[in-house]
Design a protein around this ligand. Sequence first.
Ligand code: GBH
Length: 505
Amino acid sequence: MNVNMFQADDNILHAEKGEWAVEPRPVEELPLPTDFFWGTATAAYQIEGGALQDGKGKSIWDSFSHLQPSRTNGENADVACDHYNHMVEDLDLMASYDVDVYRFSIAWSRIIPLGGHDDPINEKGIEFYDRLIDGLLARNVDPIVTLYHWDLPQELYNRYKAFLNTDKFKADFLRFAKLCFSRFGDRVKKWVTFNEPYIISVFGHHSGVLAPGHSAATGHDTQTEPWRVGHTIILSHAAVVDSYVREFQPSQKGVMSIVLNGHFYEPWDQESEKHKDAAQRRLEFYIGWFGDPIFLGQNYPTQMRAQLGSRLPQFTTQEMALLQKTASFNSFYGMNHYSTKFARALSDPPAEDDCTGNVEELATNNEGKFLGPVSGMLWLRVTPDGFRKLMNWVWNRYHLPIIIAENGCPCPGESQFTVDQAVNDTFRIRYFGLYLDAISRAIYEDGIKIQGYCAWSLMDNFEWSAGYGPRYGITHVNYETLVRTPKLSAFYLKHSLKARRGGNT
Ligand code: GBH
């Protein structure tokens, strides 16, 4: 099959011609290494449903999605894609796409309903993930397992406000992680501790858009909470890595890391040092915040400490020693990436509760130009050059092989499409094609190690505060009938990856 038959209609791009800072290029189907792996990604709360099935405990997302007035577009994920009851079908779907890996997350409260280190285990929940993992291996698909993708056991929040109590959280998370290693680690060889600590900290504890929904409006201390939450995540990650390396890795031989997300930032005014500094500072506040302590075993970036002062928690000598010890045990950099924005320096002094490095994020530069065509989300533009630059930024700073753990987009207007329109997703195909070309350039022209790629997402699913509006899937899901229909992009990825790696198409 010729991958060119999947090429997007150019009209999609011409709509805004002349309005971009850089004109979009065509997809070139550039090569990838033969051992480059690809697959799809999901998260438990977004697809599983079975909210209270077989003894699962409530998570903060079960609560948050039932708040009145609704903060999730009037929708919840009690059923979602009902993956909990459609797992075999979903495994077969992935097999038909020829994926090499599947990145999914474990719902903590499904296997420890109350979440705590002394709380009972739910064997039924463990059985579900056992069947999932066995089903993947039977189909020759390697699992990449995320321990925490935002669905914290509600009880831990009730007991001690979860991330806001570092020692208690760390102990409970460590026990959950060890339970996963001991039950699943014989078959799971790639582990991710946390998905997107920035989002957990800032969107959960500053803007309050995501659970548990802390913001100034709900009476929370947004000056310090995000930084305390981030601190807890970093130390919990290090504790889990340390335990895995000492107690499990010698026999299980797996690898482990964390997944950080981040936009890339271009200066709002390319000629201005001030705005160039702002773009760099924004990246440090987004990615360096977690990356420097975790991957370098260093303190927070200098610019963060300078601006935040006592708002930023300090690492004790003992904690710093643990970070130094565990830094090199992170065997890859997990990258979730979608798009690029412009960064404009704000005037000093920064707001008392600033989280950005005193930077404004914009879709247009000083000439009013966009970075690329807009997808179905306003913040998400097709910006493959920024993706390549971010891979360079991360590689130069951390020198770790990169796994793209999430990448994708909804097509413009897709939330209103019929299934027949949705499956003809040429916009998404072009997005994937250009982003895979960027990976090829990063590997062969920039010399960066990139091991694999997970498309977000296997199927349309519950998009957090936006409910079922945005559709990121390479598979369409009808939320009434739960029928799954592959989109053209699923076959594009299957054939493009085969061709790029030198196989037959
Ligand atoms: C990922 O988050 C999540 O891991 C995944 O669960 C989710 O479904 C997927 O992306 C798609 O959204 O204020 O301009 O940054 C990505 C992090 C956080 C990026 C919210 C977009 C809103 C726009 N996202 N953010 S902006």
